[in-house]
Ligand binder design. Structure first.
Ligand code: GTP
Ligand code: MG
Length: 407
């Protein structure tokens, strides 16, 4: 097993001890200019970066892409932790929106593994959530606590009057809007404003995501609705510093399962802090397998934790194929292999492969899309396991990565 140090530090530092006192430049991808800049901010050593980054975060991300900054923070925290011990930590995600928006449906649809018709049966029988509903999912060793705030007006008052009780320590807030409920847009927008006001008053620097939910394939969104959605995005970008109007909204529908899996996976990868590392490792796997898409899914939550693709169009295809294939697996604990062929709009023939993977007692699921017929037919299962182990084992086994504590 390659040591974490070797993955995160420049070579000349591998053999040395006392990582915490190394200059930040010891981290693999920090240039001289960047380390000078960090020094000006008082972040001189890896320990500084690991412990004091939040004091200077705003300044850092003004000059340097957030993804880079996040990966430095993650790396510095990982190597500092390695000296002590691995700790499991968690993240908290809040889902909020008015009643009937589809919050409970979203979390059920994400985890559902049976036929679509069975999912609809479950959703049909849903009743309004009474107040706060907690659930926990574990994604590669990270506990993700989902807090769903039942949206009926009798409950909303309490969230707004006692926001500290609900919103402190949140890593992401997802606001869900039913795009089909035109007569409730105003109420929904008003509620969003009230919540952003209270979280801003609490000085929470929490990232926001907006789900334009019930964007069913057969539902046409009219011009007026589009305008309302535009003004919501504009409001968010003006009032919430951690909302990116280009990236932080999603169109979701329980009828398009890839939309929900894609949105949640994106969010989970974003708060895991090791996104960059797993992405690079996934890229190496994809290259070795000659794949257009490689994804590693958590067998309990379905969340796609590590992902690499040569083109964005493959992501939805892979996520949908994942659900279609996983539906046919009766016992997830027994070894399985599913191979399916898809012809895309551009007539390309993609072979989809789904199989189980085992790491330290846990079951994960890998999905690959490839046009390489030979690779797919001669797939050597042990070799695949080995490639993935070599590239991803450290990331998967490291159970101490933390969620992004923006406060
Ligand atoms: N057409 C369509 N209906 C959906 C979709 N998602 C959920 N629904 C329906 O919307 C209704 C409300 O869903 P819930 O998930 O209970 O809504 P909620 O936001 O949890 O509501 P509260 O718990 O009261 O806050 C259910 O009847 C679902 O079947 C979707 O993507 N498309
Ligand atoms: Mg609910």
């Amino acid at each position: 097993m390659v040591e974490l140090k070797e993955k995160l530090l420049k070579e000349e530092y591998h053999k040395q001890k006392n990582i915490k006192n190394f200059p930040v430049q010891a981290l693999l991808d920090i240039s001289e200019d960047e380390s000078k800049f960090l020094k000006e901010l008082g972040l001189e050593t890896i320990e500084d970066l690991a412990n004091k980054w939040n004091e200077q975060y705003d300044k850092m991300v003004k000059k340097i892409p957030k993804e880079r900054v996040n990966s430095w923070i993650a790396a510095s925290r990982l190597v500092s932790l390695e000296e002590t011990e691995k700790v499991t930590s968690g993240a908290k995600i809040i889902m909020v929106g008015i009643d009937n928006a589809g919050k409970t449906s979203l979390s059920i649809a994400l985890k559902h593994r049976g036929a679509l018709s069975l999912l609809f049966q479950k959703l049909y029988a849903l009743t309004p959530t009474r107040g706060l509903l907690r659930s926990k999912i574990e994604v590669f060793g990270m506990d993700i606590h989902m807090h769903e705030l039942g949206g009926q007006s009798i409950y909303r008052e309490d969230y707004l009057n006692n926001p500290q009780q609900y919103f402190i320590g949140t890593d992401v807030i997802i606001f869900v809007i039913d795009v089909q409920a035109k007569d409730r847009f105003e109420e929904s927008f008003e509620y969003l404003k009230q919540i952003t006001n209270v979280t801003n008053a609490l000085k929470l620097k929490v990232p926001w995501k907006i789900f334009f939910h019930k964007s069913d394939p057969d539902y046409e969104i009219d011009e007026k609705s589009t305008e309302v959605f535009g003004s919501i995005i504009e409001y968010m970008s003006k009032n919430c510093p951690f909302f990116n109007p280009a990236k932080d909204f999603f169109r979701t529908s329980v009828k398009i399962r890839s939309s929900i899996l894609g949105a949640f996976s994106h969010i989970f990868r974003g708060i895991s802090l090791i996104e960059q590392g797993t992405k690079e490792a996934s890229q190496k796997v994809a290259e070795q397998l000659n794949a257009d898409f490689f994804g590693l899914y958590d067998s309990r939550s379905n969340v796609c934790f590590a992902q690499y693709t040569t083109g964005e169009q493959y992501v939805d295809i892979a996520h949908n194929a994942y659900y279609e294939a996983i539906e046919t697996i009766v016992n997830i604990r027994e070894p399985f292999l599913r191979i399916r062929r898809y012809t895309l709009e551009d007539d390309a023939n993609e072979i989809f492969i789904l199989r189980d993977l085992h790491f330290s007692g846990d079951i994960y699921i890998m999905a690959v899309l490839t046009q390489d017929e030979e690779m797919a037919t001669n797939l050597d299962q042990d070799a695949v396991q080995e490639i993935i182990e070599n590239q991803l084992r450290d990331w998967i086994e490291f159970r101490g990565y933390a969620a992004f504590p923006l406060d």
